[in-house]
Design a protein around this ligand. Structure first.
Ligand SMILES: [Zn+2]
Length: 287
C-alpha cells in the first residue's frame, strides 16, 4: 500500500491489476467433476497446472522431492486408457516421470503399497475451494479497492501463460507486468528498480551477546551529525586511507565514523564530514 500510494502521487494511476488467486476454479468449472481436460500450452492448461501444484503440495507425488521442477503426470497412462481429466493427473519430478513412463501405476509403485494407496485416495479428493485463496491477498484487494482506483484481478496461472506467450524470461518484475488481461507489452528497460523493505530499526535499549545477556548500552539518539542509519549518501573522501568516491546506504555511529554499504561491498570508517545525503531513510533499500 505504501508503494501504491507513492506511485499515485508521482503519476496518474488509471487502474490496478492484482494477482489475487493461484488459479481460477471458475475457468476449470470444478475440475474433478466436470471432466475438464488438460491441454498443454492453453490458458486452461496453466490453471490446471497451478491447481495440481496446490493439490499435491508442490512435491513429487512418487518420491516426495521438493524444490525441483515438477511436471504434470498421468496416473493411469493415456496408452492404457487413462484420461486427461484432472482426477487422473498428478505432479511428479522429471526422473520419476521418466521412470514411470507408460507403465501401470500399480507396477511402478508395487514396492510401496502405502504410497500407492495414498496417491489413489488423494487423486479422487478435490481440493478445498479455500485453498485457492490466501486471506492476506483478499485483505490487500480490499485495501486497494478503498483507494478508489479501479481494481481488476488475475490468477497465477494466467500470469505464467502471458509471460510464456509473450516470450519473456522468468523474473519477478516481468511476472508483475504480466498479471491480468495482457495483450502485448512494451518492455522499455532491462534494469528494474529493486525495492526491499528494511523496516525502521528496533527499540532495543541494549545490545546483547550470543546468550542474550545485555553487554552494551544502545543510545536513544538515532541521528548523528545530521545522518541516521539507512540514509543513502555520497562520500568523496579526500584524505586518509579511504580516498575515493562512494555511494551507498550508511550505518551511523555517535563517533562520526560511519560504515557504508555500496554496490561493490562494505566500506568502513568513513568520516561524516565527507558525506552528502541523497535520499533520507524511509524504511526501504534500493538497487
Ligand atoms: Zn520424484
Amino acid at each position: 500500500m505504501t508503494w501504491v500510494n507513492r506511485f499515485r502521487r508521482l503519476a496518474p494511476v488509471g487502474r490496478i491489476v492484482q494477482e489475487l488467486v493461484r488459479f481460477d476454479l471458475q475457468l476449470m468449472e470444478n475440475p474433478e467433476i466436470s471432466g475438464v481436460e488438460y491441454q498443454q500450452g492453453a490458458l486452461q492448461g496453466y490453471e490446471v497446472r497451478e491447481y495440481l501444484l496446490e493439490k499435491w503440495g508442490r512435491t513429487c507425488a512418487y518420491c516426495g522431492a521438493k524444490h525441483v521442477p515438477l511436471e504434470v503426470e498421468h496416473i493411469q497412462p493415456r496408452s492404457k486408457g487413462g484420461s486427461d481429466r484432472v482426477s487422473n493427473l498428478t505432479i511428479a519430478c522429471h526422473s520419476c516421470n521418466q521412470a514411470k513412463g507408460n507403465g501401470d501405476i500399480r507396477d511402478f509403485l508395487s514396492g510401496q503399497p502405502d504410497v500407492l494407496s495414498r496417491l489413489l485416495r488423494q487423486a479422487k479428493s478435490p481440493l478445498n475451494d479455500a485453498a485457492a485463496v490466501n486471506s492476506t491477498r483478499w485483505a490487500l484487494f480490499n485495501a486497494l479497492k478503498a483507494t478508489g482506483v479501479p481494481v481488476t484481478t488475475g490468477t497465477g496461472g494466467q500470469t505464467k501463460f502471458n509471460r510464456l506467450r509473450l516470450n519473456l524470461p522468468k523474473a519477478h518484475w516481468l511476472d508483475a507486468a504480466c498479471v491480468g488481461d495482457v495483450e502485448s507489452l512494451d518492455i522499455v528497460t532491462s534494469k528494474p528498480l529493486l525495492i526491499l523493505a528494511k523496516g525502521h530499526g528496533t527499540r532495543r535499549m541494549c545490545g546483547t551477546n550470543k546468550y542474550g545477556f545485555p553487554t552494551r548500552h544502545r543510545s536513544r539518539k538515532q541521528i548523528h551529525n545530521g545522518f541516521q542509519t539507512g540514509d543513502i549518501v555520497t562520500a568523496t573522501v579526500t584524505a586518509g586511507k579511504k580516498i575515493g568516491s562512494y555511494v551507498g546506504r550508511v550505518l551511523c555511529r555517535a563517533s562520526g565514523s560511519f560504515d557504508m554499504t555500496t554496490a561493490s561491498g562494505r566500506v568502513t570508517g568513513i568520516n561524516h564530514k565527507y558525506c552528502q545525503p541523497i535520499h533520507r531513510k524511509d524504511g526501504y533499500a534500493y538497487a
